[in-house]
Design a protein around this ligand. Structure first.
Ligand code: GLC
Length: 524
């Protein structure tokens, strides 16, 4: 189970209102007590913070706001001492415009690093080379007066895209991977992996027939030629080669996780075909799916069926870019979502704060920081609401900082905080802890087979089996009680865990689920 930490918002120790590596180190006991296996930390590298660290100015150092390499080494050692794996965020698609590589690249047309980025002449009318749109709105091409060409940026103009068709870029970036692997990092989450390679001749992207202004400017075109090109798979398998050498040489396996927003068939290519690619192409389907039992059952079954042989599934409920699960599904169903995430087959990724049922925070206009919101205001595309400080306890600023935090806390922090909820037997935090303990205690949950069970109405039900162990998960996604007929093999089963205080009744081969109840049954 992977726990994502947004480092700016986890724990501040130097009173600047921004979280830091020392803060994460101080909270490792919380994480191991919760039962996570690995932590993934969003970018900590030196950065002008135009996109809060996803604009990297030096891949092989730590931003002073977060500490330094010595703090990193200490965090890693303390994590490993507790049996926790530590994963970093690798941002290979683009650098900061302050990265020395780009400073050189823009210095002149004949600079040796010119071709490390994507430079093109203007279109005949002097405008941008094609119609590609930045994910943050506006043309993805930025005019450079000094050298008379445009450079490409899939995100902010402060985030120029690297030219991954250039072998020198590949070599430099594989060296970056080795820098962190050699330091002992257990794996990398690869930012926007499907963006790395663009069509060689830069044709216009086709218009999106379903475009509505509320979707944001980027959706005016389909990213047919600017993303997911066949050559990206070569690169993903070369990256896997870099990682695999560590396992093969006995230094410990390293995991690669790809951030990829694509339909399932194209997503699954990133497991690799002839050559292995990433271990886990992140599966974000639960974030956006309609919260409806029948359609979720289909989604899960289709994903399971489409997995290539030997591919290990994974599920994600939230991240630093998308609305929080509690905001989307409500508090009662956030508990069902927790049980779903932690009982499906595959590696779950949990976003910090979701274990508290933390919800999105409405950010007063004067405090908005996210460039996504500032560039296209009012479309609810901003990400500040999901990046607010972790509420630790009832002390001032929820124990996150001793000064004004960089983003406001959710107003409910006096009651929704770790110290308080850890004491409450029925808090969502306690539910998470119990679910994670159950995953450890029951191989059927951790590694067992998966099969959907017949269910009707608002009930989603499935079986997990490993050896002689047989479990049933039954989730009521609705507000009315529901009856689920149990399969014959269930025999005399008992409740292992319920999301509500007084668990459902089992009688006559059926279970009566209360509104918003999820439960795990074990067949004796
Ligand atoms: C990824 C990150 C997002 C960032 C973008 C550009 O989607 O998750 O936060 O803004 O890449 O690096």
């Amino acid at each position: 189970m992977i726990y994502q930490i947004y480092p700016r918002s986890f724990q501040d120790t130097n009173a600047d209102g921004i979280g830091d590596l020392k803060g994460i180190e101080q909270r490792l006991d919380y994480l191991s007590g919760l039962g996570v296996d690995a932590i993934w930390i969003s970018p900590i590298y030196p950065s002008p913070m135009a996109d809060f660290g996803y604009d990297v100015a030096d891949y092989c150092d730590v931003d002073p706001r977060f500490g330094g390499l010595a703090n990193f080494d200490s965090l890693l050692a303390h994590a490993h001492a507790r049996g926790l794996k530590l994963l970093l965020d690798f941002v290979p698609n683009h650098t900061s415009d302050r990265h020395p590589w780009f400073v050189e690249s823009r210095a002149s047309r004949d600079n040796p690093k010119r071709d490390w980025y994507i430079w093109r002449d203007p279109a005949p009318d002097g405008g941008p080379p094609n119609n590609w749109i930045s994910d943050f709105g506006g043309s993805a091409w930025q005019w450079d007066e000094a050298t008379g060409q445009y450079y490409y940026h899939a995100f902010l103009k402060e985030q120029p895209d690297l030219n991954w068709r250039n072998p020198a870029v590949q070599t430099a970036m594989y060296d970056v991977m080795r820098f962190w692997f050699d330091r002992g990092v257990d794996g990398l989450r690869i930012d926007v992996l499907w963006h790395l390679v663009k069509a060689a001749d830069f044709p216009d992207n086709p218009p999106n027939p379903a475009y509505q202004p509320a979707m944001g400017d980027m959706h005016r075109v389909l990213q047919l030629h600017s993303t997911d090109q066949p050559e990206v798979h070569e690169i993903a398998s070369d990256m896997r080669g870099v990682a695999d050498r560590y396992g093969a040489s006995g230094q410990g396996e390293r995991v690669l996780i790809g951030e990829i927003y694509l339909p399932v068939d194209r997503l699954l290519h990133y497991y690799g075909r002839e050559r292995a690619e990433v271990h886990l192409p992140l599966n974000f389907q639960l974030i956006d799916a309609p919260w409806q039992a029948r359609s979720l059952a289909t989604l899960i079954a289709d994903y399971e069926a489409a997995l290539p042989p030997g591919a290990w599934p994974n599920w994600v409920l939230g991240n630093h870019d998308r609305p929080r699960v509690a905001a989307k599904r409500g508090q009662a169903q956030a508990r069902i979502a927790a049980m779903l995430l932690l009982t499906l087959r595959g590696t779950p990724t949990l976003y910090y704060g979701d274990e508290l049922g933390l919800s999105d925070v409405a950010i007063p206009p004067a405090q908005i920081q996210d460039p996504r919101e500032l560039r296209e205001p009012g479309l609810a595309l901003g990400r500040d609401p999901v990046r607010t400080p972790m509420p630790w306890d009832g002390s001032e600023n929820a124990g996150f900082t001793t000064t004004r935090p960089w983003l406001p806390l959710h107003a409910d922090w006096p009651v929704r905080n770790v110290a308080r909820m850890a004491q409450e037997p029925h808090s969502i935090l306690t539910l998470y802890r119990r679910l994670l303990a159950a995953r450890r205690a029951h191989p059927a949950l951790a590694i067992g087979d998966f099969a959907l069970l017949d269910a009707a109405g608002d009930v989603l039900a499935y079986a997990r089996r490993h050896g002689a162990e047989r479990l049933i998960v039954a989730l009521n996604l609705g507000e009315h009680s529901q009856r689920l007929e149990l399969p014959d093999w269930a025999g005399d089963c008992r409740v292992l865990l319920s999301t509500v205080a007084d668990a459902a009744l089992i009688e006559d081969g059926a279970v009566l689920l209360q509104a918003n109840e999820g439960l795990i049954l074990i067949a004796d």
